[in-house]
Design a protein around this ligand. Structure first.
Ligand code: ADP
Ligand code: MG
Length: 408
């Protein structure tokens, strides 16, 4: 998936520098002092203001801390990580990592499994691909034949019977909706479907005003007996993008575990689920620097702000850098996490990561905490046992939930 950044001003800066060169050339022909004075005035009046404007538009690194490794306050987690790091795992020579990467759901998927048979490993990776493709085909709002598109088209006319899986996804969404006091709300899409980040398009204020009353999961009626979904308003649309990838990485890992795999990782964009450890030591999962994402450096380490040792868990990061554009008029970052209260993207956080046993929870929770922000987000995650969070605010301030410690 590509992010769209519309920056202007770069050319102005370049042209100004060229003009300065020309002024300096004149110095050779005319008197030294008058040319120098002219050059200084030119830089003060034209070049510096343009360059200041340019630097405002260019994403800068606002994070005042060094890269570091987090640890956990929980003694049992620390013990597990420690024991794993110290354990001597027999590594039969034929075992190695098999890796596959491919684009899906508007993002990059990567799967890695530890196996001793090349053929078997490739077959399993193929099954992972197929499983994730199936999930995308079912829940994509962009595919007219997906089950989700059918529900969006018809659920306000009559209750729509859905699969067990679809029903479970909606139930999960409603659970997070309630826990987050409406911050996570799949009906955000009633307005949200009008955003197109690749084309830098957003709904107008009038469009938002007309559709915002349709946002609110209270408008979704479920019938457990018939396993059906009904919308009370014809303007309601749902989108499961806030939890489908976490669900997909869980499904892939379940498939691999059932096939006897002991060590694996599956990531889809900001959602990762790990199986076991990294053969004798914990996986070290990095959290991206939200303003260095996509930087030209190939150095993975440089693009991370912190690393977390993890075993057998999931981590999801919601960031304002995944899909966004900069509004030409307001210079605001318009991104893909929408506050259901306003129908617009939120502007307090840059990145929120949630760690815990299941991607099916970490994914919607990271989106919910992103909308809730520092204070309310922290309050919510502290109430959910087994789950931790890392918040990075727009001003670069960082907060951790109580189960994580930032070693000084
Ligand atoms: P990503 O999909 O990049 O991993 P997130 O997990 O944070 O990022 O989910 C963002 C996605 O969630 C959006 O692309 C959209 O599909 C959906 N979404 C956006 N805002 C909300 C919201 N308030 N509640 C539920 N889902 C949302
Ligand atoms: Mg999410």
């Amino acid at each position: 998936m590509k992010t769209v950044i519309s920056l202007s001003g770069n050319n102005d800066f370049f042209l100004s520098a060229l003009a300065t060169c020309e002024l300096l050339l004149r110095w050779r022909r005319n008197s030294l002092t008058s040319s120098l004075i002219l050059t200084v005035i030119f830089w003060l009046v034209v070049v510096l203001p343009v360059s200041a404007n340019h630097s405002q538009q260019t994403p800068k690194l606002p994070i005042p801390f060094e890269q570091h490794v987090l640890s956990y306050t929980s003694l049992s987690t620390q013990k597990t990580l420690h024991q794993t790091s110290g354990s001597k795992v027999a590594k039969p020579i034929n075992f190695r990592w098999y890796v596959d990467e491919w684009p899906i759901m508007g993002t990059e998927v990567s799967a890695r499994i530890h196996h001793d048979q090349a053929e078997e490993a490739r077959l399993l990776l193929k099954h992972v691909r197929e499983e994730m493709q199936r999930i995308d085909n079912t829940y994509s709002p962009y595919k007219p034949n997906s089950e989700l598109s059918r529900v969006n088209r018809l659920a306000s006319q009559a209750p729509q019977k859905v699969s067990d899986e679809f029903y479970a996804l909606i139930k999960k969404a409603l659970w997070v909706y309630e826990r987050s006091a409406g911050a996570f709300d799949i009906t955000y899409a009633s307005v949200g479907h009008l955003y197109n980040y690749r084309k830098a398009e957003a709904p107008t204020d009038d469009e938002i005003k007309a559709l915002k009353p349709a946002i609110g999961s209270v408008g979704i009626t479920l019938n457990d007996r018939h396993q059906s979904v009904y919308f009370s308003d014809e303007r309601i649309k749902i989108d499961l993008g806030g939890l489908a990838k976490g669900y997909a990485v869980d499904s892939a890992i379940t498939l691999l575990a059932k096939s006897g795999i002991k060590h694996a990782s599956v990531s889809a964009g900001g959602d990762t689920r790990l199986l076991g450890d990294y053969v004798g030591r914990p996986w070290m999962v990095g959290i991206k620097n939200p303003r260095l994402v996509g930087a030209s450096s190939n150095n993975w380490e440089e693009q991370q702000v912190m690393k977390i040792p993890m075993i057998n868990e999931a981590i999801s990061t919601s960031g304002d850098y995944e899909r966004f554009f900069i509004d030409d008029d307001t210079r605001e970052r318009v991104h893909h996490i929408i506050d259901p209260g306003t129908g617009k993207s939120t502007n307090e956080m840059m990145s929120v990561s949630v760690i815990g046993p299941e991607g099916f929870n970490t994914d919607p929770l990271s989106t919910a905490l992103f909308v809730l922000g520092f204070e309310k987000g922290l309050e919510l995650i502290e109430k959910i046992p087994g789950y931790e969070a890392i918040f990075i605010r727009r001003d670069g301030q960082v907060k951790y939930s109580s189960g994580l410690v930032n070693p000084e």
